[in-house]
Design a protein around this ligand. Structure first.
Ligand SMILES: Nc1ncnc2c1ncn2[C@@H]1O[C@H](COP(=O)(O)OP(=O)(O)OP(=O)(O)O)[C@@H](O)[C@H]1O
Ligand SMILES: [Mg+2]
Length: 256
């Protein structure tokens, strides 16, 4: 087995082509245990494709993917200790909120009392206590999104992949959920790989950010590093709207 140091996830020279078109080009990335890493970049740059390859939902054309030091490049999704919350957060329409969140727990034969404890705690986190018996069609888009988040976190996998998971929430709820998700991730010492094209969200939540463009990582660093030393005009243009003083204040308030 190749040594990946303390990296929980390692992408080694990963490439992805759909037909003739190469979408991801020679991408290497280490994500460490307990880290909140964000993939930030414009629409179409390949963020979802990278997440899908880590989850095992998309094959890798070239290169390797390691999870906890183990080469999982050809391992099917079900055998990877990873949970994904997708952009379209497809819930089961015929199952209630409770049953939707319980689905994975049941499949994994988690003991009933433990499952109940986790579901209740997840419902509190996403502010949906009292909504247990509703069906997805009886919820707003934002509420459905929060059910999807709850469904992802109850599994307590080490690695959670989140694809634009807060995008459809209104601003106030989005800000609250950002703080709570971050607290949750730190408390459970989980590793999050978070996809967004919201720069403010990336800068305030992440330990490190990988700025992507056209299938490449253009710059990888802490929010401060990227903000202070954008590597090129693209990165600069991507984060230039943020006022640093305000940004620092927000971060300090949030995580004081
Ligand atoms: N199954 C597929 N077949 C062919 N092309 C695909 C497929 N999936 C994705 N692509 C292409 O790969 C590129 C990257 O797509 P991807 O969904 O990874 O982008 P993204 O960064 O997640 O964008 P967004 O922010 O809009 O969600 C796009 O040009 C897309 O059209
Ligand atoms: Mg996407």
């Amino acid at each position: 087995m190749e040594e990946t140091g303390e990296a929980l996830v390692r992408l080694e020279n990963v490439e992805k082509s759909f037909g003739e078109k190469t979408i991801i080009k020679n991408l290497s990335l280490d994500v460490f245990d307990g880290e909140f890493l964000t993939l930030l970049g414009p629409s179409g740059c390949g963020k979802t494709t990278v997440l899908r390859m880590i989850a095992g939902l998309e094959s890798v054309t070239e290169g390797k993917i390691f999870l906890e030091g183990k080469d999982v490049t050809s391992l099917p999704a079900a055998k990877r200790d990873v949970n994904t919350i997708f952009q379209n957060f497809a819930l089961f329409p015929h199952l209630t909120v409770w049953e939707n969140i319980n689905f994975g727990l049941k499949m994994n034969r988690i003991e009933k009392s433990e499952a109940e404890k986790r579901i209740k705690s997840a419902l509190r986190l996403v502010k949906l206590t009292g909504f247990e018996d509703r069906f997805p069609s009886q919820l707003s888009g934002g509420q459905q999104q929060r059910v999807a988040i709850a469904r992802g976190i109850v599994m307590k996998h080490k690695l959670l992949l989140l694809d634009e998971s807060l995008a459809s929430l209104d601003l106030k709820l989005k800000r609250d959920m950002q703080v709570e998700l971050k607290e949750f991730q730190e408390k459970l010492k989980m590793t999050f790989i978070y996809v967004t094209h919201d720069q403010d969200e990336a800068l305030t939540m992440s330990d490190r950010i990988a700025i992507m463009n056209l299938g490449h990582i253009v710059q990888l660093g802490t929010p401060e590093e990227i903000y202070k030393n954008p590597k090129n005009a693209f990165v600069k243009s991507f984060i230039s709207d943020i006022d640093l003083i305000n940004f620092k204040k927000t971060r300090m308030n949030r995580y004081a």
